[in-house]
Write a protein that binds this ligand. Structure first.
Ligand code: HEM
Length: 511
């Protein structure tokens, strides 16, 4: 029998390749979600937005739908632009959507394997449990009185500060709460070491761009290229901030260690009432102290967890609140009238008042929807091929919940770009629209600080409204200066705007 001729062999190989490689690949490609056209090697690399990515993606979703597919070399990406798609996948299929991609740039910055960055697995479950033991809804009741104290300090600080200092007052508030819970440390002055570290870390966060979307994230090899090479810009930024980030890990632990010396640790086991105790010379009950008690070694994962507990989104939400009040004085008046009616002028708000203040609640809710603090969420990673609405979501895809895009969904929110707290009031006073549920993220990666952050932002808003009025500054002609405020603001833009705005938003005490 004649052996296979070379020609026949080539034909057989071609047929095998067609059946086992090319056709299945083509079939898979045809099942992917729609997205902007890709070029053969670079995919969508050249179209990737360099600024305002959430708004660009939201615009693309008008053409391609709420589940979009993008590709850069070696990486598939899914953008979820509707609450329904995000809930269907990240909540209901959380078993395969709770992984995180690697964030090479953040690693270079010095943020190590903290909970936020941990892959889904046993270590993640352990860390998450540790956070939840401290931050669950029930445990957060222990922090209410310290949050009230810090909110009152915030109002006092705002009233005695120049407008240019407002933003640092707001970050002192959020850092103050976290420092007390995490390290048992009370911030008493603007010169506090925690405060300056925390503000440097916030600047580092701002300069790191949207997690997972820089050229270094897509091509980690770029970190080894010379700094003049296109795409390496973030390397110099990361190198500049790295020492600050490392210090932010070490300082709180070191300070608790110092205070711990000579203290009978068992006597300090944390308890609700002791969070308010302010005696000096003792390591106060705290997250760090409790973990230290459980550990044999100082050099453990706990430091990374401490870094997770910074909750920078709290102060950014409050910056957005100040901006909203300057732009919408009528809202401020309405909320203050409600506060006067319900609690009067003799005292400041407490958490027990919350249910009786529906309009203040609407203002609070609208802050999170109007300018979400984490506009593109923190990306999840899909661990297994799966089909959604007939589309293939490939294993390994980085999945971005476009929280900003969801906040602009005109099917849920009328005039979505407008700041309108009334939208949540029942009809006929309002439009009975739902609160914005995406603000804290999704599924098994939902923000572990959601109850703490929610309480902090609410008490700060209620206390500021009750004690101060945020007004416009006047120009030389005596006319109000109205700062520009557009819905295009991202967190970074808001931060910059706040610095500019603070010159235009004096506060005056309420009578
Ligand atoms: C009001 C303020 C806050 C907002 C709007 C906010 C929002 C978010 C969002 C959108 C995520 C991503 C969730 C996801 O991957 O789907 C997240 C994650 C996270 N947040 Fe917050 N957050 C706030 C305050 C806080 C606070 C106060 C803490 C700590 C005390 C905190 C700790 C965390 C941690 C550790 C994660 C990562 C969870 C994980 O990967 O498993 N957040 N947050």
């Amino acid at each position: 029998m004649a052996l296979l001729t070379p020609t026949l062999s080539v034909v057989i190989l071609c047929v095998l390749f067609l059946f086992f490689v090319a056709l299945p690949r083509r079939k898979r490609a045809s099942m992917l979600p729609p997205g902007p056209p890709r070029t053969p090697i670079l995919g969508n690399m050249r179209q990737m937005p360099t600024a305002e990515a959430p708004l660009v993606f939201h615009k693309w979703a008008e053409t391609y739908g709420d589940v979009m597919y993008l590709e850069v070399p070696g990486q598939s990406m899914i953008i979820l632009d509707s609450l329904r798609a995000a809930e269907d996948l990240l909540d209901h299929r959380s078993l395969i959507y709770s992984d995180r991609p690697r964030f090479p740039l953040l690693e270079i910055f010095g943020w190590k394997a903290a909970l936020t960055m941990l892959p889904y697995g046993k270590k993640f479950a352990k860390h998450r449990q540790m956070h939840q033991a401290y931050l669950n809804r029930h445990k957060c009741a222990d922090y209410l009185s310290l949050q009230i104290q810090e909110a009152q300090t915030l109002a006092n600080n705002l009233l005695s500060s120049k407008p240019s200092g407002y933003e640092s007052c707001l970050s002192r508030f959020s850092t103050g709460i976290i420092a007390r819970i995490v390290a048992g440390h009370t911030i008493r002055s603007n010169e506090d070491a925690y405060l300056s570290l925390s503000s440097s870390v916030s600047q580092a966060v701002l300069s790191a761009g949207v997690p997972g979307t820089t050229a270094i994230d897509f091509f980690p090899i770029l970190q080894h290229f010379p700094r003049w090479f296109p795409g390496t810009h973030y390397m110099s930024v990361a190198e500049k901030w790295r020492p600050v980030v490392r210090e932010s890990y070490d300082y709180p632990v070191q300070s608790v260690k110092r205070e711990r010396v000579g203290v009978d640790l068992r006597a300090c086991m944390y308890h609700a009432s002791t969070y308010d105790s302010q005696e000096s010379g003792q390591a106060k009950p705290s997250f760090i102290l409790t973990q230290l008690q459980k550990m044999e070694s100082w050099d453990s994962v706990m430091k990374e967890d401490e870094d997770d507990l910074k909750g920078a989104a709290t102060s950014s939400s409050l910056s957005i609140f100040v901006l909203a009040m300057v732009l919408h004085p009528n809202v401020q008046v309405k909320a203050q009238e409600e506060l006067d009616r319900v609690i009067g002028k003799g005292r400041l708000p407490e958490f027990g008042d919350r249910e009786k203040l529906p309009y203040v609640e609407c203002v609070f809710q609208e802050i999170f929807r109007w300018v979400p603090g984490v506009p593109l969420g923190i990306p999840h990673r899909c661990m297994k091929d799966n089909i959604y609405r007939g589309m293939l979501i490939p294993a390994g895809s980085i999945v971005f919940p476009n929280i900003k895009g969801m906040s602009l969904d005109a099917n849920i929110y009328s005039n979505p770009t407008t700041f309108c707290p009334e939208r949540y009031l029942p009809k006929p006073a309002g439009f009975a629209e739902p609160h914005f549920p995406a603000k804290f993220g999704f599924g098994r990666r939902i923000c572990t600080g959601q109850y703490l952050g929610d309480n902090s932002v609410w008490i700060a808003i209620a206390t500021i409204l009750a004690s101060c009025t945020i007004t416009n500054a006047l120009n030389e002609q005596g006319n109000k200066i109205v700062p520009e405020g557009t819905i295009n603001d991202t967190f970074q833009a808001i931060h910059t705007r706040m610095s500019a705005l603070s010159n235009h938003a004096p506060l005056r005490p309420n009578s």
